[in-house]
Ligand binder design. Sequence first.
Ligand code: ARG
Length: 556
Amino acid sequence: MKDQVLSFLAKATKLSSTQLETILEVPKDPTLGDYALPCFILAKEQKKAPHIIAQELAQTKPTNGITKLQAVGPYLNIFIDTTSTAQETLTTIFKQKENYGQGTSAKKETILIECSSPNIAKPFGIGHLRSTIIGASLTRIARTQGAKVKTLNYLGDWGTQFGKLIVGYERWGDAKKLKTNPITHLLDLYVKVSADPTLEEHARAAFAKLEHGDKKYLKLWKQFKDLSITEFTKIYQQLGVEFDVYSGESLYNTDKDKVLLDLKNKKLLKKDQGAEIVDLSQYELGVALIQKSDGTTLYATRDIAAAKDRQQKYRFTQMWYEVGAEQTLHFRQLFKLLELLGYTWAQGLTHIDHGLYLDHDGKKFATRKGKTVFMKDILKEAQELAEEEVQKREKLSGKEVKKRAQAIARAAIIYGDLKNNRTHNMVFDLDRFLSFEGDTGPYLLYAYARAMSVLKKANYKQSKVPKLTALTTTEKALLTKLAQFPEATLQAYEQRTPHVIAGYAFQLAQTFNEFYHAEQIIGSKEQTQRCTLVQAYTQTLKNALRLLGIEPLETM
Ligand code: ARG
């Protein structure tokens, strides 16, 4: 419908549809029309006051499903034939079901999305949670636009920290502790070694030995890695996240000579106090360190090798790195280096950055009472709080309590994150995330389940849309909102941000609330028509929540 309005306006104003799309608004108050065109832009060109232009446009004969044009100040308000549009919207939703909201704008794209990428032998920090959640949602969003998408988890399983861990383990390691509580034990060792400056040299030497393939060290490293992955997998299960590919920095340790050679051939490499660097200062990107003076490789070197390998393996048209904003310089350097190496596919690389989780004081949320926050503990706490809440509401079997609590905890954490623009810092507040009121995941689950219970009570089994009769204001508002879902998914894809979908889901639930409170559904003359609306609402809300990675509960 919007397209028809745009093409009508394009004819009437001589602006292009794309231009118009950026300025066309949806009035907050639905009595002011379905769309509104602010006429300021036209004023300059036509050398007339905006309100005069609005008045003139209001005289145009409405076509394209538009029923009325009205000038209010500098705005042209546009009314569309809601009943036939509504009929169309509902028919589309009933036909497309779980596919409603899909588009085709990315159908030519093959996108590799790198996300999560925690560091082995370190706790799965809360920082990696953002990347996990946002990456998983963007994967679904890109898929709804027709892209072929693969997700890849690039484990931080190589680097100088392994030198420290090996040195620590050789000194104070405890095989039993490593088995029972690997991450905590490894973290303890890491902290202990880091606290002792005399061990620094040993750690560096140990890592160099590891890079040169020392058998004993490699075996230890592999053990640390396997145990860590087992721990991480538990977290992913709880969040309902899966990856198509597990990769890691260690795979690219041996490719370093090739990277160095390529850079040398392009005359990019420079020696600097024994280290190999590329000077990127002419691009205002500082200096990229490629090889340390002791011959060991660096994060950036491995990233160059990894990007080339991924292009060969997956032939992506785009690759998205979902990584915190603190690594912005690293990625800008990486993309520049790949471009200078002559790889045209480097144009398709994007750093999808995100802000930090903050605590209540506005400080980085990484510790609590001076202790590192473990993701495992956060998830456990969320599960327990959700169980309490479920038990308060209803008497259920232990198994059912657990099942519902898991869905609630998951929705709380995922939605708590995704409702924010990913580039912003946000306060990580579990209690607020878990609240059943306000803009939260549990509220949306509840909004879904409540509508499902209406359909059940009404014994609604209709699979066809009836011929609609006159619509009330709240029915119209709900239908307008429902019709906007495909626009929201497209926008979320174009802006690479799930918060558009989160915001849409919340507004949809609120619009439904208004309808639900204003209209009688069961026992009314319009029962069938209204149940059809409820059905379309549950389907659309479910589709939106799924795009965020949230699976709604049928009863709650
Ligand atoms: N493991 C890294 C970290 O935790 C993130 C990896 C980001 N991805 C990349 N290709 N460099 O900081």
